[in-house]
Design a protein. Structure first.
Length: 305
């Protein structure tokens, strides 16, 4: 009888221990699952922070699709085989539900491959601090293309987007500036697109710079100065033409002999490019004169006989 009682107690203890182990295992599993489910919420997300830049453009999908279809049907029908829906999905996948300070080039690689297309030789036009003027020029002269005149740049020009780790995955209130975090969706996108645009350039390439900026027309920190210059291929590009444009009636802070331009020329020469620099390239200056027709800088003949 005592032996049977001892055996029963042993079974009871064993059952109790098994129950405790199962309960502990269930508690650990519950903690792990809760951690996984709330992981995104514990990250520093845009819901917790108010970024300094504008939020995602309203109706972003419709804007991107509309621009894409317009580009491949009305403007460049030769690109009609591009799949705008896939292009939109690849852009969305690059940032949606992601921390907007942790975007990588790999996130955008599928988009770059889907939307890229050749740019004819001698047509590539780079720019820095001449945004309005350079695009007025390419609209009036179809012989040149800026990055914003390619499909990638055309779709993304002047719009913004960023994600949020929590639903709905897109932040429409604010997005981070470059000064807040380098790896934000806009900065990574434009760096990749600019690098690809420079790598594709061939023949004679042009760059339009602003000679009325006191700090200097060429800035090493600009997209052109930090990315595009170093991704031009000396085996494909024969010459670089610098158009140094000064504002009509504005300050003439720098000419082709200026300090920053000479620094740019030195960088290009080290990479074995031939360089031509021209102050106030006349075709562009005439476009400036549309808004200032009576200014002395806009006289067709500067020397009267």
């Amino acid at each position: 009888m005592p032996l049977q009682q001892g055996s029963a107690r042993t079974r009871q203890r064993t059952a109790l221990l098994v129950g405790i182990v199962v309960l502990l295992a269930a508690l650990v599993l519950a903690v792990v699952l809760a951690s996984l489910l709330t992981h995104g919420r514990h990250e520093v997300s845009p819901q917790m922070l108010k970024w300094k830049d504008r939020g995602t453009t309203k109706n972003l999908q419709e804007v991107i699709l509309g621009r894409c279809y317009n580009y491949i049907t009305a403007q460049h029908p030769e690109l009609g085989d591009k799949d705008c829906l896939k292009i939109w999905e690849s852009l969305k996948d690059a940032f949606i539900y992601k921390n907007p300070c942790n975007i990588t080039p790999e996130d955008y690689q599928p988009l770059m491959e889907l939307a890229s297309h050749p740019v004819p030789c001698n047509k590539s036009l780079f720019w820095s601090k001449t945004n309005d003027l350079v695009h007025r020029y390419t609209k009036s002269n179809q012989n040149f293309l800026t990055l914003e005149d390619t499909l990638l740049g055309y779709m993304a020009d002047r719009i913004s987007w960023c994600g949020d780790p929590s639903a709905p995955g897109i932040n429409y209130e604010s997005c981070p500036k470059r000064s807040e975090c380098e790896s934000n969706p806009g900065s990574v996108f434009w760096k990749m697109a600019s690098k690809m645009f420079a790598e594709a350039a061939c023949g004679v390439v042009q760059v339009m710079l602003n000679g009325s900026i006191e700090a200097g027309a060429f800035r090493s920190s600009s997209i052109f100065g930090s990315i595009e210059v170093f991704n031009l291929n000396p085996d494909k590009v024969t010459e670089v033409h610098i158009w140094l444009m000064q504002d009509i009636g504005g300050p003439q802070s720098e000419s082709c002999s200026g300090h920053s331009i000479q620094r740019l020329i030195s960088i290009l020469e080290e990479r074995n490019f031939r360089i031509v620099c021209e102050d106030n390239y006349r075709p562009v200056q005439l476009l400036q004169c549309v808004h200032n027709p009576d200014h002395t800088d806009c006289r067709l003949c500067t020397n009267s006989t």
